[in-house]
Design a protein around this ligand. Structure first.
Ligand code: C5P
Length: 243
């Protein structure tokens, strides 16, 4: 394979320089980590599934006018993306209580929330990605008030799209996380959905059975993670039904 310049390596993905200025190649690894990388494993095929699923969600968002970094899939494990300036925040949108909100606020998992709740977490592995308020974000200059408003709006638009798509295949979108980047166009910046959208960063529950079809299968040792992601991909028509 031709030698490429690695720009960044994270827990589940690698970024390489892209073929044209302003582009990058995003490579999906098979590595799975949880609890800030205290739990680790290699799940054969996960990278291939997440590359396809992230392509599916991001191209769907592009098509309805929600801007993302996604340009096109290149091969089984790689996609061409726009290079963006990442905002150091994770945007979590929740429709049902699960995970950290259940723990923090004592709400039973599966409880429907009165409306979608948007939360921000500061991306810092050493600190374990602490939740932060809009006050912190403005005071420490991680984003402007305008950025914050745009991030909430993006989160809610992604939620509407993803909830509908998943509902259509019998899956409840419990919650998800997105990351957002800035693209500069002349002197004007706009925010786009970046990173990935995959079962690694969503909670997806089968509506009929409650079966978990997301990374909680790995976090909580509930079975085979690749099987769960394959089920999501098949239902969405991203993989042939016999794959
Ligand atoms: O753990 P918590 O309940 O806060 O997670 C909310 C949602 O955000 C889940 O879908 C989880 O998979 C996702 N998440 C993530 N990356 C993190 C933290 C949470 O994708 N670092």
């Amino acid at each position: 394979a031709p030698r490429r310049t690695k720009v960044y390596e994270g827990k589940a993905k690698i970024l390489y320089e892209g073929p044209e200025p302003g582009t990058l190649i995003q490579y999906f690894k098979d590595d799975a980590t949880a609890f800030n990388a205290q739990k680790k494993d290699v799940i054969e095929g996960k990278g291939v599934l997440n590359n396809r699923l992230s392509e599916f969600f991001m191209s769907g968002l592009n098509a309805i006018g929600v801007p993302t970094h996604f340009i096109r899939r290149l091969n089984m494990r790689e996609q061409l993306i726009r290079s963006v300036e990442m905002i150091p925040l994770e945007v979590v949108v929740r429709n049902y209580a699960a995970g950290s909100i259940s723990k923090r606020l004592g709400i039973e998992e599966g409880t429907a929330l009165p409306r979608p709740i948007v939360e921000f977490y500061y991306k810092d592995d050493a600190l374990g990605d602490p939740m932060v308020s809009e006050e912190h974000i403005i005071a420490f200059g991680w984003a402007s008030q305008q950025d914050l408003d745009d991030m909430v709006a993006l989160g809610l638009r992604v939620n509407d799209f993803m909830s509908g798509v998943m509902m259509g295949v019998g899956i409840r979108l419990v919650d998800f996380k997105i990351e957002i980047g800035r693209i500069w166009e002349n002197d004007y910046q706009r925010l786009v959905v970046a990173d990935e959208i995959s079962p690694d960063s969503c909670r997806l529950w089968d509506i009929e059975t409650g079966r978990k079809l997301d990374k909680d299968v790995f976090r909580r040792d509930l079975g085979n993670l690749a099987d769960a992601y394959t089920e999501v991909a098949r239902r969405l028509g991203v993989l042939p039904r016999n794959a």
